[in-house]
Design a protein around this ligand. Structure first.
Ligand code: CA
Length: 227
Protein backbone atom coordinates (compact mmCIF):
# COMPACT_ATOMS: atom_id res chain seq x y z
CA UNK A 1 0.00 0.00 0.00
CA UNK A 2 1.29 3.45 -0.95
CA UNK A 3 1.02 6.29 1.48
CA UNK A 4 1.86 9.92 0.91
CA UNK A 5 3.01 11.68 4.07
CA UNK A 6 3.03 15.48 3.95
CA UNK A 7 4.56 16.78 7.17
CA UNK A 8 7.10 19.51 7.82
CA UNK A 9 8.23 18.57 11.32
CA UNK A 10 11.12 16.14 10.87
CA UNK A 11 10.64 14.35 14.20
CA UNK A 12 6.94 13.72 13.60
CA UNK A 13 7.64 12.67 10.01
CA UNK A 14 10.35 10.21 11.09
CA UNK A 15 8.09 8.77 13.80
CA UNK A 16 5.27 8.14 11.33
CA UNK A 17 7.51 6.93 8.54
CA UNK A 18 9.29 4.45 10.78
CA UNK A 19 6.04 3.05 12.17
CA UNK A 20 4.42 2.70 8.76
CA UNK A 21 7.49 1.04 7.26
CA UNK A 22 7.44 -1.50 10.07
CA UNK A 23 3.90 -2.33 9.00
CA UNK A 24 5.00 -2.78 5.39
CA UNK A 25 3.53 0.39 3.97
CA UNK A 26 5.44 2.21 1.24
CA UNK A 27 5.78 5.81 2.28
CA UNK A 28 6.58 8.77 0.06
CA UNK A 29 7.53 11.78 2.10
CA UNK A 30 6.94 15.44 1.23
CA UNK A 31 8.26 18.11 3.62
CA UNK A 32 6.11 21.01 2.41
CA UNK A 33 2.74 21.82 0.84
CA UNK A 34 4.03 22.40 -2.64
CA UNK A 35 5.83 19.07 -2.93
CA UNK A 36 2.90 17.36 -1.21
CA UNK A 37 0.46 18.75 -3.76
CA UNK A 38 2.65 17.63 -6.68
CA UNK A 39 2.73 14.08 -5.34
CA UNK A 40 -1.00 14.05 -4.47
CA UNK A 41 -1.91 15.10 -8.00
CA UNK A 42 -0.23 11.97 -9.37
CA UNK A 43 -3.21 10.06 -7.94
CA UNK A 44 -0.94 7.11 -7.16
CA UNK A 45 -1.58 6.82 -3.45
CA UNK A 46 -3.98 4.70 -1.43
CA UNK A 47 -4.05 7.12 1.50
CA UNK A 48 -2.70 10.62 2.11
CA UNK A 49 -1.63 11.84 5.56
CA UNK A 50 -1.64 15.59 5.45
CA UNK A 51 -0.37 17.97 8.10
CA UNK A 52 -2.47 21.09 8.48
CA UNK A 53 0.21 23.77 8.90
CA UNK A 54 2.82 23.51 6.17
CA UNK A 55 5.37 25.76 4.52
CA UNK A 56 4.61 27.18 1.03
CA UNK A 57 1.00 25.96 0.80
CA UNK A 58 -1.22 25.35 3.82
CA UNK A 59 -2.56 21.80 4.26
CA UNK A 60 -6.20 22.77 3.72
CA UNK A 61 -5.32 24.55 0.52
CA UNK A 62 -3.38 21.51 -0.69
CA UNK A 63 -6.43 19.34 0.03
CA UNK A 64 -8.90 21.69 -1.66
CA UNK A 65 -6.64 21.97 -4.65
CA UNK A 66 -6.28 18.27 -5.35
CA UNK A 67 -9.96 17.57 -4.60
CA UNK A 68 -10.93 20.24 -7.15
CA UNK A 69 -8.75 18.48 -9.65
CA UNK A 70 -10.65 15.24 -9.13
CA UNK A 71 -8.22 13.38 -6.86
CA UNK A 72 -10.36 11.46 -4.39
CA UNK A 73 -7.60 9.64 -2.49
CA UNK A 74 -8.78 9.08 1.12
CA UNK A 75 -7.08 11.77 3.19
CA UNK A 76 -6.44 12.10 6.89
CA UNK A 77 -5.55 15.51 8.27
CA UNK A 78 -3.06 15.71 11.11
CA UNK A 79 -3.19 18.83 13.13
CA UNK A 80 -2.27 20.43 16.39
CA UNK A 81 -5.50 22.41 16.10
CA UNK A 82 -8.11 20.55 18.06
CA UNK A 83 -11.09 22.88 18.10
CA UNK A 84 -14.31 21.56 16.63
CA UNK A 85 -14.32 24.47 14.23
CA UNK A 86 -10.93 23.44 12.83
CA UNK A 87 -12.11 19.87 12.36
CA UNK A 88 -15.21 21.04 10.54
CA UNK A 89 -13.07 23.21 8.27
CA UNK A 90 -10.92 20.19 7.49
CA UNK A 91 -13.93 18.00 6.71
CA UNK A 92 -15.47 20.74 4.60
CA UNK A 93 -12.27 21.01 2.61
CA UNK A 94 -12.73 17.34 1.70
CA UNK A 95 -10.87 15.39 4.38
CA UNK A 96 -12.11 11.89 5.23
CA UNK A 97 -10.71 11.87 8.72
CA UNK A 98 -8.97 14.17 11.20
CA UNK A 99 -6.50 13.31 13.92
CA UNK A 100 -5.12 15.81 16.42
CA UNK A 101 -1.55 15.92 17.66
CA UNK A 102 -0.24 14.47 19.83
CA UNK A 103 -1.58 11.05 18.87
CA UNK A 104 -0.71 7.42 19.51
CA UNK A 105 0.75 5.67 16.49
CA UNK A 106 -1.69 2.78 16.93
CA UNK A 107 -4.59 5.15 16.45
CA UNK A 108 -3.10 6.62 13.29
CA UNK A 109 -2.49 3.11 11.99
CA UNK A 110 -6.07 2.00 12.70
CA UNK A 111 -7.48 5.05 10.93
CA UNK A 112 -5.27 4.54 7.90
CA UNK A 113 -6.30 0.91 7.66
CA UNK A 114 -9.97 1.89 7.74
CA UNK A 115 -9.47 4.49 5.00
CA UNK A 116 -7.51 2.04 2.88
CA UNK A 117 -10.03 -0.78 3.30
CA UNK A 118 -12.81 1.37 1.88
CA UNK A 119 -10.86 1.63 -1.34
CA UNK A 120 -10.08 -2.06 -1.61
CA UNK A 121 -13.67 -3.14 -0.85
CA UNK A 122 -14.88 -0.96 -3.68
CA UNK A 123 -12.20 -2.22 -6.03
CA UNK A 124 -13.15 -5.83 -5.22
CA UNK A 125 -16.88 -5.26 -5.67
CA UNK A 126 -18.47 -5.48 -9.07
CA UNK A 127 -21.73 -3.69 -8.89
CA UNK A 128 -23.56 -0.71 -10.14
CA UNK A 129 -26.36 0.73 -8.04
CA UNK A 130 -29.45 2.24 -9.63
CA UNK A 131 -32.29 4.26 -8.24
CA UNK A 132 -34.56 5.74 -10.87
CA UNK A 133 -32.25 7.71 -13.14
CA UNK A 134 -29.50 7.93 -10.54
CA UNK A 135 -26.62 5.53 -11.14
CA UNK A 136 -23.64 4.73 -8.97
CA UNK A 137 -20.74 2.88 -10.56
CA UNK A 138 -18.85 1.42 -7.62
CA UNK A 139 -15.83 0.36 -9.63
CA UNK A 140 -15.14 3.59 -11.44
CA UNK A 141 -16.64 5.64 -8.60
CA UNK A 142 -18.76 7.45 -11.11
CA UNK A 143 -22.17 8.94 -10.42
CA UNK A 144 -24.70 10.04 -13.02
CA UNK A 145 -28.25 11.35 -12.88
CA UNK A 146 -30.15 11.47 -16.16
CA UNK A 147 -26.84 10.64 -17.84
CA UNK A 148 -25.19 13.77 -16.40
CA UNK A 149 -21.90 13.03 -14.71
CA UNK A 150 -21.75 14.24 -11.10
CA UNK A 151 -18.42 14.72 -9.34
CA UNK A 152 -18.46 13.63 -5.74
CA UNK A 153 -15.74 13.73 -3.13
CA UNK A 154 -14.96 10.42 -1.47
CA UNK A 155 -17.05 11.08 1.63
CA UNK A 156 -20.01 12.29 -0.42
CA UNK A 157 -19.75 9.15 -2.54
CA UNK A 158 -19.73 6.96 0.56
CA UNK A 159 -22.73 8.82 1.96
CA UNK A 160 -24.68 8.42 -1.28
CA UNK A 161 -23.73 4.76 -1.50
CA UNK A 162 -25.06 4.16 2.00
CA UNK A 163 -28.29 6.08 1.34
CA UNK A 164 -28.82 4.08 -1.85
CA UNK A 165 -28.21 0.77 -0.07
CA UNK A 166 -31.10 1.84 2.14
CA UNK A 167 -33.25 3.47 -0.53
CA UNK A 168 -36.86 4.18 0.47
CA UNK A 169 -35.97 3.65 4.12
CA UNK A 170 -35.20 6.21 6.77
CA UNK A 171 -31.54 6.45 7.61
CA UNK A 172 -30.91 7.99 11.02
CA UNK A 173 -28.06 10.31 11.95
CA UNK A 174 -26.67 7.61 14.22
CA UNK A 175 -26.60 5.14 11.33
CA UNK A 176 -24.77 7.68 9.19
CA UNK A 177 -22.21 8.41 11.89
CA UNK A 178 -21.57 4.71 12.38
CA UNK A 179 -21.62 3.53 8.80
CA UNK A 180 -20.30 6.48 6.84
CA UNK A 181 -18.02 8.14 9.39
CA UNK A 182 -17.31 5.02 11.44
CA UNK A 183 -17.82 6.94 14.66
CA UNK A 184 -19.52 5.20 17.52
CA UNK A 185 -20.11 8.46 19.31
CA UNK A 186 -21.73 11.71 18.37
CA UNK A 187 -18.93 14.18 17.57
CA UNK A 188 -21.34 17.06 18.27
CA UNK A 189 -20.57 18.74 14.96
CA UNK A 190 -22.67 19.51 11.93
CA UNK A 191 -20.59 17.16 9.79
CA UNK A 192 -23.67 15.26 8.55
CA UNK A 193 -25.61 18.42 7.66
CA UNK A 194 -22.62 19.78 5.78
CA UNK A 195 -22.21 16.63 3.70
CA UNK A 196 -25.94 16.14 3.07
CA UNK A 197 -26.17 19.72 1.90
CA UNK A 198 -23.20 19.32 -0.45
CA UNK A 199 -24.65 16.07 -1.79
CA UNK A 200 -28.01 17.73 -2.42
CA UNK A 201 -26.34 20.54 -4.31
CA UNK A 202 -24.78 17.98 -6.58
CA UNK A 203 -27.42 15.33 -7.16
CA UNK A 204 -30.68 17.26 -6.70
CA UNK A 205 -30.07 20.85 -7.71
CA UNK A 206 -31.25 21.55 -11.25
CA UNK A 207 -33.17 18.28 -11.59
CA UNK A 208 -36.94 17.75 -11.78
CA UNK A 209 -37.36 16.84 -8.11
CA UNK A 210 -35.18 16.21 -5.04
CA UNK A 211 -34.32 12.60 -4.28
CA UNK A 212 -32.93 13.20 -0.80
CA UNK A 213 -35.59 14.07 1.76
CA UNK A 214 -35.18 15.20 5.34
CA UNK A 215 -37.50 13.24 7.60
CA UNK A 216 -37.99 15.63 10.46
CA UNK A 217 -36.77 14.31 13.78
CA UNK A 218 -35.76 11.01 12.22
CA UNK A 219 -33.11 11.36 9.54
CA UNK A 220 -32.90 11.18 5.77
CA UNK A 221 -34.28 9.07 2.97
CA UNK A 222 -33.41 8.75 -0.67
CA UNK A 223 -36.10 7.67 -3.11
CA UNK A 224 -37.10 7.97 -6.72
CA UNK A 225 -40.39 9.01 -8.26
CA UNK A 226 -39.49 7.26 -11.49
CA UNK A 227 -40.66 3.73 -12.16
CA1 CA B 1 3.26 21.48 10.54
Amino acid sequence: MNILLVEDEPTVARFIQKGLSEHNFDVVYAPDGKKGLDHALSGEFDVIILDRMLPHIDGLEVLQNFREQGIDTPTLILSAKNKVDDKVKGLRAGADDYLTKPFAFEELLARIEILASRVSTKAGGSTEMNLGKLKLDLINRKVTREEQVIDLQSKEFKLLEYLMQNANKIVTRTMLLEKVWEYNFDPQTNVIDVHISRLRNKIDKGFAYPMIETIRGAGYMISSREQ
